[in-house]
Design a protein around this ligand. Structure first.
Ligand SMILES: [Zn+2]
Ligand SMILES: [Zn+2]
Length: 610
């Protein structure tokens, strides 16, 4: 049983809390104390992702945080979590709470660009400030992010604790004040870009949602496609990618994140992350890419529509009475982000639409018909029915090529002039086709006789749909992976709960509150039976109104104690906001017990364990 526990300072890493505890109670040797804390002698002094947290929390009865809060506030778990698949995140969480598996290998830290096992880092200015506020200097969590070398508050380089040591004892928790480097000089960071990226990386710890989708191996490629850097055949435009990337980031900056790029190197990480990111990349690289994608977006947005005054666009419909005149045309302009060209869309009231744009590389205007419009089509139909002119002559008259006429002919005229018997014949062939292939669905049948299908689709779509087809089982790939979804939402719920408790510990935590916070209310109730883990978590953490009254009583009493206010029966009830009509025997006993000091005040007892 422990009788002393130091509280956590803002942004303090758990390692530092333990180091201070050992320092203060330290006479009996660290191993014994560690055993006290973790129930295990072999636990190592892990800085970033410690394990065995459940034992630790269990042993800390006075502790004002539950294990979820520790995980979210005092470890580097939130730094890695957004880039792990929900399954992997679940495994890491499990390893951290219990003691199983090698977390660093699991995440890929050991094989990554910033391997673990480095000495803790600190900012000499932060230490100075702590001292001036009479606080025992402590290790900040943000300073332990492996990819960051500066304190973003003071914009100076961090120092390593006890750098002179060759070997780092993995069972030792170093107490900051005992290992300050007295001789190091303070080095200012000169690069604003570096500072800004470091600040972005730090935001991960505060649970900033990154749009990244760990379950989609082509997430970044899709993003790149939007900016025209993936060619038609799904081919990455590496040249364009590297040009844009190095426009934004210079090598000095990238080198600070061990992320220099080289177009000629086939295994350069920049190619890899856009190819398939299953491999796992350091979180700092994800932030660098996210920032890069935002840059591409603003770069494209900065192209502005140039209004050209006094230009009139003619109607290009040869059979329109306003052909080559601009009396009935209107136009609008926009930027096409893929081609980065300004496009003008011109529309005549005859329904004819075309786009007009300037191609700089060819120094030429380019026109494309978007819609021929009803006036044009009715003229075409009339000419086709009359059958007096050749296709070529019709094309010439309507101002298009023969191909276009043939295309419309096969669609339109067939419907009107196909003899009923022909249609019937074809329908019978299709029905035979269905009978001969009883196991085939409509898609398979269509693939076997595409021309027949196309004919029927044009002429009798409804009839075609009404036929009885074999229903194939839904494609298993399209089915939602509910197990993963369940764990994913569970993660979100845990974070939401931890945030809610942090914001206002007296708040009533309910099932619907958490669901609303993660914006999954409707989705959850529609699929409740598939989300077993969430369901269980929600019901275990749900606080009844009665439970909440008890919690308010105890937390209010603790607040009053902190404020050194005198606690009387009625002031306590008022502070807790409990109305007379809700008082029952138990509540009265608790309130009286608090006032006369016989009721043991424990915050922990009112944080439900899930
Ligand atoms: Zn600092
Ligand atoms: Zn017109």
């Amino acid at each position: 049983m422990l009788y002393y526990w130091p509280h956590t300072y803002p942004d303090e890493i758990l390692y530092s809390v333990i180091a201070r505890y050992l320092k203060i109670s330290g006479s009996r040797g660290p191993k014994h104390l560690l055993n006290n804390l973790f129930d295990r002698k072999t636990i190592s002094a892990t800085l970033d992702l410690p394990s065995g947290l459940k034992d630790l929390i269990h042993n800390l009865e006075m502790f004002d945080k539950d294990v979820e809060m520790i995980l979210a506030d005092n470890t580097l778990f939130p730094y890695y979590q957004p880039f792990l698949t929900p399954t992997k995140a679940g495994k890491v969480r499990h390893s951290m709470l219990n003691k199983s598996g090698d977390i660093h290998t699991l995440i890929g830290i050991n094989a990554g660009i910033f391997p673990a096992g480095k000495s803790p880092k600190y900012c000499p200015m932060c230490v100075k400030e702590d001292k001036s506020e009479n606080i025992s200097p402590y290790l900040r969590r943000t300073h332990q992010i492996p990819s960051i070398q500066i304190c973003t508050q003071h914009n100076i380089y961090l120092l390593e604790l006890n750098k002179s040591r060759v070997n780092f004892n993995k069972h030792e928790f170093l107490f900051l004040e005992d290992h300050l480097d007295q001789f190091s000089l303070i080095e200012q960071n000169e690069s604003t870009e570096y500072l800004n990226i470091c600040k972005d990386i730090e935001k991960l710890l505060k649970g900033k949602q990154n749009p990244f989708d760990a379950d989609d191996p082509f997430f970044y490629r899709k993003e790149l496609f939007k900016h025209g850097l993936v060619k038609n055949a799904n081919q990455l435009s590496t040249q364009g990618l590297y040009e844009n990337f190095t426009d934004l980031y210079n090598d000095t900056l990238l080198a600070k994140f061990k992320s220099s790029v080289n177009l000629d190197n086939p295994s350069c990480w920049l190619k890899g992350i856009f190819r398939k990111h299953r491999k796992g990349f350091d979180p700092c690289r994800h932030v660098i890419i996210d920032n890069f994608l935002k840059y591409l977006e603003t770069k494209n947005e900065s192209l502005e529509v140039i209004e050209i005054e006094n230009i009139k666009y003619p109607c290009l419909n040869k059979v329109c009475e306003h052909y080559n005149q601009s009396i009935q045309t209107t136009f609008s302009r926009h930027i096409d982000h893929k081609s980065k060209r300004q496009i003008t869309l011109v529309e005549c009231n005859c329904g004819h639409k075309y786009t007009h744009s300037y191609i700089t590389s060819k120094q030429n205007y380019f026109t494309r018909i978007k819609e021929y419009g009803p006036v044009w089509h009715s003229k075409l139909n009339q000419l086709l029915v009359e059958k007096k002119m050749s296709i070529r002559a019709i094309a010439r008259m309507l101002g298009c090529d023969s191909k276009t006429i043939n295309k419309f002919k096969s669609i339109k005229v067939v419907g009107d002039s196909t003899p009923k018997t022909e249609l019937k014949e074809k329908q019978e062939i299709w029905q035979q086709h269905i009978r001969k292939n009883p196991k085939s669905g409509i898609t398979e049948l269509r693939k076997k006789m595409p021309a027949l299908f196309a004919f029927l689709y044009r002429n009798c779509k409804e009839w075609l749909q009404k036929q009885q087809y074999h229903k194939s089982k839904p494609n298993s790939k399209l089915r939602i992976n509910w197990k993963a979804r369940d764990l994913e939402i569970l993660e979100e719920l845990k974070i939401a709960r931890s945030n809610a408790l942090k914001e206002n510990p007296k708040k009533r935590i309910t099932k619907s509150l958490l669901l609303i916070m993660v914006k999954k209310e409707k989705m959850f109730y529609n699929n409740q039976e598939k989300l077993k883990n969430c369901e269980e978590y929600l019901s275990k953490t749900h606080e009844s109104k009665y439970f909440h009254r008890k919690k308010r009583l105890v937390l209010s009493a603790l607040e009053m104690k902190d404020e050194k206010a005198e606690i009387s029966y009625w002031t306590l009830l008022r502070k807790a906001g409990i109305r007379k009509e809700y008082l029952n025997y138990e509540l009265i006993q608790i309130a009286k017990g608090i006032v006369n000091g016989t009721f043991e005040l424990s915050r922990q007892a009112f944080i439900k364990t899930a």
